[in-house]
Design a protein around this ligand. Structure first.
Ligand code: HEM
Length: 545
């Protein structure tokens, strides 16, 4: 039976507290191990050097779309095709990736900062009206992110944060009733969607999402040709030309890329924001330091200073401690657990022969909790109290990189090497793997990788950063957050962590019963969240004792 079922027991363990499970497995089985589910083998890697060789700058491995990322194709296209997220690393991918990159440059995002600030302020105004009711913090931050991406990337205000306010004030009509499916219902729905059926709640919501993206494209096109200096996501995509034909990209391709930006950017950023607020507010000594930093900059709401000055762009670099806390929260609770790759040739990895077409799953979260790489990795420790003078975990120079002992650089042990037909590492690849010490010394391996690394790392990471680096301090400056009783305290939240693809539906929120996102809610990432979301009481700081 065990043979047929593979290591189902372990997969079952992961239903609750999945994040903790993979971290535990990495400790139990090491930096590379193989699991089997029925007759499918999967290699799971959490060794930082190996991961670097799998996804890093010199990789030739491709994403395995069929198993994990198919959702991105289903949601973005009517007919299944690839897009920036799911494409092989080919000329099309290069065209889009290079063309879109200026949208995420520091200069361009600086121009977008006022939008982020205003959208967060809109949410704060709404939250002040909640008057003691618990709020779903993850919904609230999702509203912010939806509006940030809309306004910064597409000059479009979807009004998610204003809908939030209207919902709190009871001014919104109820959404069409849609029962939350139970586990079996969700599984059935997922199976139907996987085989292409559209008449499921999720299928309908997928159609709805695609229609919204097509409508957004038409709206953007109706504004006329984008100005040369316009570096928004929409403008850059519209300006792109197919090098072969010299023609602009077809509408279905453009709408799919719009969709992918929303898919890649929403759950990820909003849950990162929610986890950071949760972690900081659950650690009083950390929160006190954050508040002191905000106070020092004149940004904290106090009974004596009920209307402090607004957060400005330059403050973002001054909020060092707060930013370090966000990083620490992302290390402990990265919303994306990892990424996958597959090779169409046999490869050697960490001394093992990996047959072609074997799924390789890189556990980025396990690397970020590896005790060989981090001091007390299970602790939320922006501060290391044992070190004098007091050094923050994140203020140690090079904190994002693997601290390698001298003389350990550049061995072939940690690299993915192609194998020839006889099973021997191919000569050229072996030479490369043996490595040039000098070259290896330049190549520092990262141990903090929430955005992954290498050519397929997160293109949107700077937009995400400007979003959470603005929203987290603004929320904390305005409110004291207390978990509502149903969350079962800090332990209850942590025990309910799970990863799951969420249905693309209008979902009633917990807490304030009439709170929902009526405009545009798009999810689908395997994102880390607590089972019941984040039900929080948000007490205005002007009233907090
Ligand atoms: C905290 C927030 C975010 C996190 C943690 C995150 C994480 C990641 C990770 C780990 C990858 C690599 C996935 C893989 O290799 O399988 C990725 C790719 C990607 N992300 Fe993000 N992301 C975030 C925000 C965003 C935002 C705001 C956008 C867009 C506005 C975005 C768009 C994308 C896209 C398009 C890709 C695919 C890039 C490619 O394959 O070339 N992400 N992200």
């Amino acid at each position: 039976m065990g043979g047929i079922m593979g290591q189902l027991k372990y997969f079952n363990d992961s239903v609750v507290g999945q994040h903790n499970s993979v971290v535990r497995w990495a400790r139990e089985f090491g930096g590379i191990y193989c699991v089997r589910l029925a007759n499918v083998n999967m290699v799971i890697v959490s060794d930082a050097q190996l991961i670097d060789s799998i996804v890093g700058r010199s990789t030739e491995l491709e994403k395995s779309v069929d198993v994990f990322y198919n959702q991105f194709n289903v949601l973005a296209h009517d007919e299944e095709k690839s897009n920036l997220f799911t494409s092989r690393t080919n000329d099309w991918w290069r065209l889009i990736r290079k063309g879109l990159s200026p949208a995420f440059s520091a200069n361009n995002l600086k121009k977008g900062f006022p939008e982020v600030q205003q959208v967060t302020q809109r949410l704060i105004n709404a939250m002040k009206k909640a008057q003691g009711h618990p709020l779903a913090l993850d919904k609230a931050t999702l509203c912010v992110t939806l509006d940030v991406i809309g306004r910064v990337g597409f000059a479009k205000d979807f009004g998610a944060t204003s809908s939030f306010e209207a919902a709190i004030e009871g001014k919104l009509p109820a959404p069409p009733a849609m029962e939350k499916p139970g586990v079996l219902g969700a599984l059935w729905d997922w199976m139907l969607v996987t085989v292409g059926a559209k008449l499921t709640p999720s299928g309908v919501a997928h159609d709805d999402f695609r229609q919204r993206m097509r409508a957004l494209l038409q709206e953007v096109k109706a504004r006329g040709d984008p100005r040369v200096e316009d570096q928004s996501i929409a403008a850059l995509l519209l300006k792109l030309k197919d090098p072969k034909t010299g023609q602009r990209l077809p509408d279905d391709r453009l709408a799919a890329e719009f969709a992918v930006v929303y898919q890649g950017g929403t759950e990820t950023t909003s849950l990162t924001t929610a986890w950071a607020v949760f972690m900081i507010s659950q650690h009083p000594e950390v929160e006190a330091k954050v508040l002191a930093e905000l106070d020092g900059l004149g940004l904290l709401v106090t009974p004596e200073r009920p209307n402090p000055r607004p957060l400005e762009y330059d403050d973002l670099t001054k909020l060092t401690y707060t930013n370090n806390c966000i990083k620490e929260s992302m290390r402990c609770l990265p919303v994306l657990s990892g990424t996958n790759r597959m090779s169409d040739k046999d490869i050697m990895l960490g001394g093992y022969l990996i047959p072609r077409n074997t799924m390789i799953w890189c556990n980025l979260n396990a690397t970020m909790s590896n005790p060989d790489l981090w001091d007390r990795p299970e602790a939320f420790l922006p501060v290391r109290p044992s070190v004098l003078p007091l050094l923050e975990r994140w203020e140690v120079p090079g904190a994002e990189y693997v601290p390698l002992p001298a003389g350990k650089l550049g061995t072939g042990h940690g690299t993915a090497v192609q194998v020839d037909a006889s099973g021997e590492p191919a000569k050229e690849a072996a030479k490369e793997a043996a490595g040039d010490e000098e070259e290896a010394a330049k190549h520092r391996v990262k141990r903090f990788t929430p955005f992954s690394v290498g050519p397929r790392d997160c293109i949107g990471q700077n937009l995400a950063k400007i979003n959470y680096q603005t929203t987290v301090p603004m929320l904390l400056a305005n409110f004291k957050f207390k978990l509502s009783d149903e969350m079962g305290g800090y332990e209850g939240v942590r025990a309910s962590e799970s990863m799951g693809v969420l249905p693309f539906t209008f979902r009633p929120a917990h807490g304030l019963k009439r709170l929902w996102l009526p405009r545009l809610e798009c999810t689908g990432m395997l994102a880390l969240r607590p089972g019941k979301g984040f039900q929080m009481h948000c007490v205005p700081r002007s009233q907090a004792s």
